[in-house]
Write a protein of this length. Sequence first.
Length: 83
Amino acid sequence: MITGEYNLISYLRAVENWMSASGIHYRHDVKDRIHTYVILHEMGKKWSYFFEKLFKGAFKTMKAKDAEVNAIDDTIVLKLSID
């Protein structure tokens, strides 16, 4: 992407940079190579649905293993394994 790489790690870094620059609150936890992101966007259900589809599409394109995306009102939860 910006760094000339197109892989899952560079994508997640770009998402984190975007969230930080936009003032979107998020938490990133790592346990046993499982990365969990909890994103609180505070923009409503329609945006949660949009972000859910966006992340699912990106993870499918990048062939992310065991990627889960869950949307609830103003929150998105991403859970995926990174080797």
